[in-house]
Design a protein around this ligand. Sequence first.
Ligand SMILES: Cc1cc2nc3c(=O)[nH]c(=O)nc-3n(C[C@H](O)[C@H](O)[C@H](O)COP(=O)(O)OP(=O)(O)OC[C@H]3O[C@@H](n4cnc5c(N)ncnc54)[C@H](O)[C@@H]3O)c2cc1C
Length: 408
Amino acid sequence: MTYDTIIIGGGAAGLIAGVECKRLGQSFLIIERNPRPGKKLVITGKGRCNVTNHNTNLDDLVSKYQRNGKFLYGAFSRFSVEDTMKYFKDILKIPLKVERGKRVFPKSDKAVDIIYALTEQVGENILPNTSVMKFNMDGNTISSVTTYKGDFKAKKYILATGGKTYPVTGSNGDGYTLAKEIGHTITELKPALVPILCKEKYVKELAGLSLKYVTISAYQNEKKVCSKFGEALFTHEGLSGPIVIDMSREIGDALEKGEVNISIDFKPAIPKEELDKRLQHDLKESGRKNLRTLLKSYLPSSLIPIVVDLSQIPPSTQACDINREQRNTIIDLLKDFKLTVSGLESWDKAIVTSGGVSIKEIDPKTMKSKLIDNLYFAGEIIDVYGPTGGYNLQICWSTGITAARSRP
Ligand SMILES: Cc1cc2nc3c(=O)[nH]c(=O)nc-3n(C[C@H](O)[C@H](O)[C@H](O)COP(=O)(O)OP(=O)(O)OC[C@H]3O[C@@H](n4cnc5c(N)ncnc54)[C@H](O)[C@@H]3O)c2cc1C
């Protein structure tokens, strides 16, 4: 049988492309290496799936992408954020909600609901437990794909094998090899949107502590590299969370040149002078209370012993005995808590891949290869990525639908 379309990879991009092929009345087959599709999708947004970002201004949306954002004008103007939300509501029957930072989630808070909806729509047209190993070529046209289960033929092929991160989910980067073997250029692949590792041993004691409204800045030779306000999280070996992950590229670039230091401002809304006044007032009021008790209104409890330790003020010191110098030390620890970056996490902890199939070789209006007559690309395999907040899945929805709708 010759299918209208064969989609390689049953992740977000491949599944949405399949749903669209079905709607268009095409015969299609999604070839997926895992027993079930959407293994990565299920862990997105900590199991809640941050579907997209409700940013409806096209220029602003595109400007958020850290790599090759302009390439996305074509797909985003054909299938926008609003189109995506409508598609989820009307076609997939998934009610959505918008949260802080315009992040969009399913109302059920369950990523699995999205996978159920997508797989239900594509029905029997998935071939699981099957890896595509090779494209068979007839000049500039793909004639079939080879798998362990034999060769499969189609008029059109969509390569949606994802990137290289979290390889346990099935996206181990072999889609890049498939594309390279038939002449496509793969730009340098690097793990992107990654947690950072810190030298200080005591971060281990803070693992799991999430910080809500903090500013984190990175410095090199006392020059600011980048800075962000928002949510972060201590891990066993360093820092993670949205703002840290979004700064990881700049931090990674700086690390190639030398040491990078982190400064956390736990009280970004209060200027230093005001914080000093508040602390002076509290010290006066607190009388015989010790430093640990006093700090309870300033810091989460797991941070207090570490801050007290770093301040070198004897923990039993009574509030009324704290001198000006010691007060300044406390203020510095609250406004400029220092850590040293020792490196970045790697592929198994990265959210996306930086690099991929060169955008110079893909038509942005159709996602069609400029080198191969009947090949299209969708999702993370393309050399483009955005920050956390739903921006990366939007790439999958828009490029997946665009690729499905384009004709060879
Ligand atoms: C922990 C985590 C959380 C994330 N959270 C979010 C979020 O909330 N919002 C957001 O926007 N982005 C998020 N992302 C990023 C987002 O998940 C990815 O950008 C997106 O899943 C990429 O989709 P894709 O379809 O291109 O690739 P994948 O989802 O990686 O799918 C590719 C599929 O292809 C299959 N495959 C690979 N090679 C072959 C082959 N040779 N033959 C057959 N099948 C093959 C794989 O098994 C896989 O199922 C998160 C990423 C991670 C790791």
